[in-house]
Design a protein around this ligand. Structure first.
Ligand SMILES: NC(=O)c1ccc[n+]([C@@H]2O[C@H](COP(=O)([O-])OP(=O)(O)OC[C@H]3O[C@@H](n4cnc5c(N)ncnc54)[C@H](O)[C@@H]3O)[C@@H](O)[C@H]2O)c1
Length: 414
């Protein structure tokens, strides 16, 4: 595999672009160079160019129209941390221009825009990867490794979610502050499914021998945003988004997945992960793993004098030394970059695929299936929580089993 620098463009220069660029500054010049940036807002370009200058880096070319950046022959791959209503169309354009597109997380507004993404990936020279950094989280990869080695037995049920109190980021005394705030004001569904669902999908071989069949979603009453908006004197208080949106996904191989979205009530952060098989379980919020025959099972005596079994959690950390994923065995001594190092790993994976023109480890079919949850959960809630079928974006290719060998060390599918 080659190690030449990838010439990178960045489209959308908001706070997420700033953290991605800060992480990229840790990469050696032989791996990547940011040669072009783009934003529709000139003040964002100015700010980013100032950051390049302050770090003694050569100024990239700058554009205010993404198609102009995509026409730049020097740029071979683009990161697209724009807003949710623009990043899929920009990624489709990037692939039409033969580039590798790294899209940020978030859900789709319609199933149609996902079909366009898929068809463009199939028809032109480029490829699309979701920069779902949580797929490279240490615990997510540890558990994937334990599952692949058979320690959990056959997987039966998983859960995941995004539970993070961010009302203060989306509304202030003037009303909704950003596009994400408007999505929550007007829509009711799971708007942010991929941080939890991405890693779980990899563990369940989604699109590689398995697929999502249907989703049923339920929304609680909406109180959290209103409460916060009133407390800061916002003129906008009536949000459509239920405080807790719960979805159940059925998979073709028989597993169920419970998905939770909750961003408007006070609570500590969680991605709510649970992976449960016939022999073992990981529960993120317990920071625990139990594996039959490995973890302790105590025999206790009840008040009537009869024995009963009590399974005991092992702390997740107990498994790091022996079962860390190979990527984390290499990375754990120096986990630099945003989000505890996950950003470094996901960007490395993207750059590796772009450099070698190989299929990305989170491909366009993964993007489509995971992001469809947003549009489909909205449909389910709007129809009184009826089950909604998932489109098969692979056109039947999902029936092939997972590949036998890794494409690269970044591959999450084997
Ligand atoms: N993976 C993570 O951990 C993580 C963390 C934070 C945000 N995100 C994601 O990153 C993305 C961006 O987040 P943000 O907080 O920076 O958003 P933001 O809305 O603050 O910034 C987006 C930027 O994109 C620009 N933009 C919008 N449309 C454009 C277009 N057509 N062409 C060029 N520029 C355009 C806007 O002017 C703005 O500067 C979102 O999808 C968000 O979900 C991911």
């Amino acid at each position: 595999m080659s190690t030449r620098p990838v010439k990178l463009g960045v489209i959308g220069l908001g706070p997420r672009a700033e953290t991605l660029l800060a992480t990229l500054r840790n990469f050696p010049q032989e791996e990547c160079r940011v040669t072009a940036v783009c934003d529709i807002a000139p003040e964002r370009i100015e700010k980013i160019l100032g950051i390049f200058a302050a770090n003694g880096l050569p100024a990239p070319k700058s554009y205010t129209a993404h198609r102009a950046l995509l026409a730049d022959p020097e740029v071979e791959a683009v990161l697209i941390p724009t807003s949710w209503n623009s990043h899929l169309a920009i990624a489709a354009d990037a692939m039409k221009a033969g580039k590798y597109a790294g899209i940020e997380v978030g859900g789709a507004s319609s199933v149609d825009e996902l079909w366009q993404l898929v068809r463009n990936a199939e028809s032109f020279g480029g490829a699309c990867m979701m920069l779902e950094n949580c797929c490279y989280g240490r615990n997510e990869l540890l558990v994937a490794n334990l599952v692949r080695q058979g320690l959990f037995g056959e997987i039966v049920h998983c859960s995941c979610g995004y539970e993070h109190d961010i009302a203060y980021e989306l509304v202030d005394k003037n009303g909704c502050m950003c596009e994400r705030g408007l999505h929550n004001l007007k829509r009711n569904g799971d708007l942010y499914p991929t941080h939890g669902l991405g890693p779980i999908s990899k563990i369940l071989d989604i699109n590689r021998g398995n697929r999502f069949l249907s989703i049923c979603s339920f929304a609680s009453k909406a109180r959290g945003f209103k409460r916060y908006a009133e407390s800061v004197g916002s003129p906008v208080t009536d949000f459509a988004m239920g405080d807790v949106v719960t979805s159940v996904i059925r998979c073709a191989r028989g597993e169920t997945i419970t998905l939770t979205h909750g961003i408007s009530l006070p609570r500590p952060y969680s991605r709510d992960c649970r992976v449960q098989g016939t022999k073992g379980i990981w529960l993120e919020d317990a920071r625990g793993i139990f594996i039959e025959g490995v973890s302790q099972t105590k025999t206790e005596i009840d008040v009537a004098g009869n024995p009963y079994f009590s399974h005991v959690w092992d702390p997740v950390e107990k498994f790091y030394d022996k079962y860390d994923h190979p990527l984390w065995q290499e990375f754990r001594n120096n986990p630099v970059g945003g989000h505890g190092g996950m950003d470094t790993l996901s960007l490395s994976a993207f750059l590796d695929a772009a450099r070698n023109r190989t299929p990305p480890p989170i491909d366009v079919y993964d993007c489509a299936a995971w992001m469809a949850v947003t549009a489909l959960s909205e449909s389910s809630i709007a129809s009184g929580s009826l089950p909604v079928p998932f489109p098969d974006f692979t056109d039947g290719k999902w029936i092939s089993p997972p590949p036998a060998a890794k494409i690269s060390k970044w591959d999450l599918n084997v």
